[in-house]
Design a protein around this ligand. Structure first.
Ligand code: HEM
Length: 355
């Protein structure tokens, strides 16, 4: 079925305030003329397609953009060589093993670093009457922890370039200017890595950054927002934080059809692109978020960063549960012109002395 409605931007469906209702009202799989791809908004089909060998991951190869627009994307493509997400078959297996071994070696130290940094930053932030939970606390603490997870120890996250821009490389709607900016940030990050490191471990750090810098920060911020009461004064220690991340910063993933097939009565041709809404099962009919194991994908490309991400969420909720501090939510801002992530840039909290 083709959905032609202009009532909402198809590329921004995941940002719609009423998307929980829309996901349910739309056909399970439908062709978007606006986005020139299939949209899959049914959780069973989302799960099924991720394990079906008729589909592969997009390769995120930037060379066609370089050829078409003459933009130098050398470092974007070097990073891409180390993304398990961009490969199938033997190379996918090799990179997945490499990622899993780096995560296993470093995750305890990374989680410890996050916990220590979090405590320090929170106590500093809570000394003022308003602060941004993202800019002042979560982003700097996660920068250091995620770098440590990738095997790079640094104590100065702020000295790094704008690494949170790098996952924008997954957005096929990104402007040439946006691509150039990301290329520069990848180069800057690369240039800060010690010369003595071998090439592979440097490229692994770049690839880790692309996969962790928005997924985890976006999911933590969305999950905090989902845990807080929407309005009024509340106490950090009185909040019932869910055991699992209740919301995700990565609401969708994409696949390419390689073998013509039929899904739920729709004929899918080789080369067709599909957008799978993985947050769909985690949204209640009321629109309120609830945990979904689909947040970390299914099938051979399911996320190897899941255990780390869940432990970071636990560390955050355990820490907040100890704070007998009253606050109110202030300004909230999401990143603009982003067609992939639900990424909160500003989550301002106003601190009160008492209720
Ligand atoms: C809450 C945070 C996170 C969420 C919601 C998340 C979600 C996902 C999802 C949905 C996928 C599948 C993508 C696709 O098929 O297109 C994925 C893949 C992946 N994630 Fe995560 N992720 C998170 C954190 C992390 C972290 C911290 C890392 C560490 C580097 C990581 C590493 C990876 C890798 C390497 C893949 C590709 C696996 C493969 O292709 O075999 N993720 N993640």
């Amino acid at each position: 079925m083709c959905v032609t409605t202009q009532a909402f931007s198809h590329f921004k469906l995941q940002k719609e305030p009423h998307r929980a209702r829309l996901y349910r009202e739309l056909p399970p799989i439908w062709w978007s003329d606006q986005a020139k791809r299939w949209f899959v908004t049914n959780p069973e089909l989302v799960r099924q397609i991720q394990t079906d060998t008729a589909f592969k991951v997009p390769d995120y190869d930037a060379s066609p953009i370089t050829e078409r627009l003459g933009i130098d994307l050398t470092f974007t493509n070097r990073l891409r060589q180390y993304l398990p997400l961009a490969w199938e078959g033997a190379e996918h297996k090799r990179l997945r093993r490499l990622f899993s071994s780096v995560i296993a070696a470093n995750q305890n130290a990374a989680i410890e670093s996050f916990g220590e940094d979090l405590r320090r930053r929170l106590s500093h932030a809570l000394a003022s009457d308003r602060f941004c939970m993202v800019a002042d606390v979560l982003r700097p603490a996660l920068r250091i922890a995620n770098m440590r997870l990738a095997g790079f120890s640094t104590t100065d996250g702020e000295a790094l370039p704008d690494i949170e821009s790098i996952p924008g490389m997954f957005d096929d709607r990104l402007s040439p200017t946006g691509r150039k900016r990301i290329e520069q940030n990848i180069r800057d990050l690369y240039s800060r890595l010690p010369d003595a490191r071998d090439e592979e471990s440097k490229l692994v750090i770049l690839a880790f950054t692309a996969l962790s810098a928005n997924t985890l920060l976006g999911s933590l911020a969305e999950s905090l927002l989902a845990s807080f009461a929407e309005a009024g004064t509340q106490n950090f220690s009185a909040i019932d934080y869910p055991a699992e991340l209740p919301a995700t910063g990565l609401p969708l993933i994409e696949k390419i059809c390689i073998t013509p097939c039929e899904i739920d009565g729709e004929k899918i041709a080789a080369g067709d692109r599909l957008r799978l809404f993985i947050e769909v099962e985690g949204l209640l009919a009321s629109g309120k978020p609830e945990y979904s194991d689909l947040y970390f994908a299914a099938g051979p490309h399911r996320c190897p960063g899941q255990a780390y991400s869940r432990r970071i969420w636990k560390s955050l909720r355990d820490e907040l549960a100890t704070l007998d501090v009253f606050f109110e939510i202030g300004a909230i801002e999401h990143r603009k012109n982003d067609c992939v992530f639900n990424y909160i840039e500003k989550l301002e909290l106003m601190v009160h002395d008492q209720e």
